[in-house]
Design a protein around this ligand. Sequence first.
Ligand SMILES: Nc1ncnc2c1ncn2[C@@H]1O[C@H](COP(=O)(O)OP(=O)(O)OP(=O)(O)O)[C@@H](O)[C@H]1O
Length: 335
Amino acid sequence: MTTNMTSRSDYALELRGLETVFDGDKGAVAAVRNVNLAIKPGEIVGLVGESGSGKSVTGLSIMGLIDRPGRVSKGEILLNGEDLRKVSAKRLRSLRGDRMAMIFQDPMMTLNPVLRIDTQMIEAITAHDPRIDKTVARNRCRDALGMVGIPDPEERLYAYPHQFSGGMRQRVAIAIAMLNNPDLIIADEPTTALDVTIQAQIIAEMQKLCKERGTALIWITHDLTVVAELTQRVYVMYAGSVVEEGPLDDVLDNPLHPYTQGLIRSIPADNDPGSRLFQIPGMTPPIDRMPKGCRFHPRCPYVQLDCLNDIELTQTSAARSVRCAHPINQGEQVS
Ligand SMILES: Nc1ncnc2c1ncn2[C@@H]1O[C@H](COP(=O)(O)OP(=O)(O)OP(=O)(O)O)[C@@H](O)[C@H]1O
């Protein structure tokens, strides 16, 4: 971890040894193991990895939204220093939507199709501040819609979700997430379903809003190009664990983990649109069939015998860590 120089109160969110399991016929199987993560107010970090690497389960665990047969089984989830695993269900509900919010790939996870936007937005405010004046609340909703780039926000407040385009619907979901000025937002692939122009606009707006308000943002994505536009630091996840962490530019220029190197090589080159896209061979293993030792070893081009031993995330410099017995040297290439 890179958090040793700072006290816990400096972080909007800290995860310490997070483990989330799913209970099944063969007992509990971990989907997320020993995840450590720290994010300061106003910081934007990326949580990156292929499908099935445990990104969404991590996000849902933070929000307290893992349902049976899943459960958070180990670790601390510290929101402004308060351990969410130790608070009451009532306290957790009051923090959700107020101090922390989640944006999903499908905005309809947030929006109720049969209620007008104003009803839903005002409810999101009054649920946490019942004494607020309705006109004040309505004005806040209108301003929030304006801030995420919805034209004619006064008028659009009275629309239903189906009267918005996909991109506009996602903006409404973002406006709702930001309504109460939370300390933390977890955005789970919120722009993946949108076309690239809208995607770029939404990313730029989120970046601006989080910076202005000091909101910590965790952006979950499988797409390193999105992370490159948005985040300052990145956590790369594979098979339920963080395998590499560091400042974005360092990680992109000099990946230490062969998995990160593979993800970077999979980014289509702007200057060579006709070239065949690299793909990391094989697939992320299912959680009940994890390989021994380094879980990436069956797919790794540099695999050696000692990769069958368990390996911890190890700090390699002030800001970087990697979980690999043979981290890549700068400039090393796969033949
Ligand atoms: N309800 C569940 N029951 C059993 N296993 C689950 C459940 N939800 C998720 N998992 C498993 O946990 C692992 C991590 O899933 P997760 O959704 O976090 O991956 P991800 O990195 O977010 O990928 P994606 O982008 O496809 O959602 C996967 O192997 C998935 O099959």
